[in-house]
Design a protein around this ligand. Structure first.
Ligand code: F3S
Length: 109
């Protein structure tokens, strides 16, 4: 089991999640964070911190978000993606993007 960052993080990237993670398992890409499934200890403290409600326990992921299990695992190892351990400003326009459907097409790897 792990926790998973889902679609609504894309184009928001609020980063509040990283400040509470005790094992620094968040990995940053250009417009999304993912969770390294090999580091996550399933403490769940990040879930309520995300203003986009983008983080789920793997077993609680909505059915249309199941692809993000693989996306998190893959991108946690992707070239150029690095651990982020301190929050920083959200992406410009994050509040406008929060909750918009169909953001997966905008995921930058
Ligand atoms: Fe993304 Fe939410 Fe963290 S939008 S960067 S999972 S606080």
């Amino acid at each position: 089991m792990t926790h998973v960052v889902s679609e609504n993080c894309i184009l928001c990237k609020y980063t509040d999640c990283v400040d509470v993670c005790p094992v620094d398992c968040f990995i940053e890409g250009p417009n999304m964070l993912v969770i390294d499934p090999d580091e996550c200890i399933d403490c769940a403290v990040c879930i309520p911190e995300c203003p986009a409600n983008a983080i789920f326990a793997e077993e609680d992921l909505p059915g249309d978000q199941l692809a993000f299990i693989k996306i998190n695992a893959e991108l946690a190892r992707a070239n150029g993606w690095k651990a982020l351990t301190k929050s920083k400003p959200a992406l410009p326009g994050a509040d406008e993007q929060n909750g918009k459907p169909g953001k997966t097409q905008h995921l930058q790897r």
